[in-house]
Design a protein. Sequence first.
Length: 142
Amino acid sequence: MFQGASALALDGKGRISVPARHRDALQALCAGQLTLTKHPDGCLLVFPRPAWEVFRDKVAALPMSASGWKRIFLGNASDVEIDGSSRVLVAPELRAAAGLGKDVMLLGMGSHFELWDAARYAAHEAEVMQQGMPEALNDFSF
């Protein structure tokens, strides 16, 4: 389970450094093989390859009425590997799609990560907090 937020910086070539706390788990889980694709909220999904394969199969099984979403998720998928310096290259097309600037946030979301432009994530989080708790969390105890 991946969790927590990491403030990172994209280098001049569009690479991010994988946080040290996730490196060993990613090496053990997927030998450093990841898949990145678009997320409908304007960030990128970053999957260890086994989790991607489960997600990919679910998306591929969707009915024809969801063909647009199949294109978004599958058609924009980019397979990458963590390099010897613990960096991951984010394709220019994906960086543009998510509006990634130099400052980014990597959020652990359990089986995968989300990669956000830092300013976009701050605005998204503020918007979510303004909406208040959804009904599904009314009976949730902290």
